[in-house]
Design a protein around this ligand. Sequence first.
Ligand SMILES: Cc1cc2nc3c(=O)[nH]c(=O)nc-3n(C[C@H](O)[C@H](O)[C@H](O)COP(=O)(O)OP(=O)(O)OC[C@H]3O[C@@H](n4cnc5c(N)ncnc54)[C@H](O)[C@@H]3O)c2cc1C
Length: 412
Amino acid sequence: MLKQVIIIGAGLAGLSAAKKLKEQNIPFVLLEAAERVGGKIDSITFDNGIYFELGPQFFNNDMHAFKQLLSAANIPVVETALDSNSIEVDDYRRLDVTPIIQKLHTIEKTSLSEDIPLQTLYEKVITNEQDRRIIESYFCEILNIHPSQASAIASLESSNRYLSEQNDLLLQGAKPFKELTQYLASLFQEELYTNHPVYAIHKVNDYYEVHTTKQVFYAQTVIIALPPTIACKIQFSEKLKTHFMPALQSYVDGAIIKITWLYPQKFWQDKQPLNGVIYTSVPGVSVVDSSKKQEDARLTMFIGAEAAHEFATLNTPTRLQQATTLLEQYFGEIVHSYTNVQESIWVNHPYCGGGYSAKVKFDGLIDAPMILRTPHENIVFASSEIALKFPNFMEGAIQAGYNAVDKLILKK
Ligand SMILES: Cc1cc2nc3c(=O)[nH]c(=O)nc-3n(C[C@H](O)[C@H](O)[C@H](O)COP(=O)(O)OP(=O)(O)OC[C@H]3O[C@@H](n4cnc5c(N)ncnc54)[C@H](O)[C@@H]3O)c2cc1C
């Protein structure tokens, strides 16, 4: 049956597009490759009610669309137990990184006439070797790729679209985010097809054939809510391929490993406030106090870029042991007193790509996000990477989903 719209991918971007279509009574189907919805949003809950976010966990007050969805899903907002806005860097001793971060902000305002690798850009401004190592580590963690691989222009453009003065770690949900994606999916159960990986999209006359491994679907318009590095594995008919493939191939997957330790108490409170300790001995590793105010005591480590690729090759016990040893270097033996630990590995994920998101690489098209979020024929892309506001965050995924629907409807 010919539908008006097919959405491919039931991550937050695809679910948000579906919610908007449903509200406007526009017929659609939502095709998801995996058994579950949510994509990078995933949570694990134990019998005693304790839960861990395996993917995204934090947001702030300026991320309005996300807060609205939480409220609709009846998920209260709680504050993270952070009391400092500064990033502290550990190089086996404490360093004041405020001047480095200020230099970084200067870099972010730079306007470049031609693209260079992000690493080349900051090395022009930061001459001190140790400061460079810290910045390298910082970028490996936040970008999930090494800054030598990243397009400087695209990285600056993306950070300028983070439309907030606030730290992105300020708030969390009082219930697992899995409940949010399950709530969204419950709004359109009849339209949702899980276990339906899409492998080809063909234009036939004035409609599209969308092939999954189980069935062929037909629609007038298609929203592709997949990370670009995943979307470029789909077979497109020739004209679509010519238009979109160079933009899709401009992205490179990130890599991130997230490990959270649960403790009986906060043994780190006698130290200075902890808001992102970066172990520069291993570039791309940071630790944050992820506890909620007045709740349990947690530390979360993020391992990004090359370090994530290396850690991903280890078996779980070895990986956790090596990560705990990194913690021990800073906090001492008490780090072994945890009551639970959970890890999640976002490296070369078959359906979600890698890392927090894919990034535009140096030598990619710097206007790739714009090409993908602009409809061509009756196809448009939607994923967190290409969002106009808050790209690479959950808020960005929602904005991208809403934008795709608005653009397609305006086009009609
Ligand atoms: C460890 C980690 C921590 C993070 N922390 C934060 C945070 O604290 N705050 C924040 O705001 N953001 C955070 N993020 C980023 C955030 O998770 C993403 O920006 C957002 O969830 C991306 O949503 P999306 O819909 O664009 O993509 P995805 O979540 O990747 O969804 C893509 C969907 O498409 C499906 N799919 C793939 N291929 C096919 C196919 N061929 N056919 C059909 N379906 C397909 C996938 O299964 C998936 O469901 C984090 C991410 C990670 C991994």
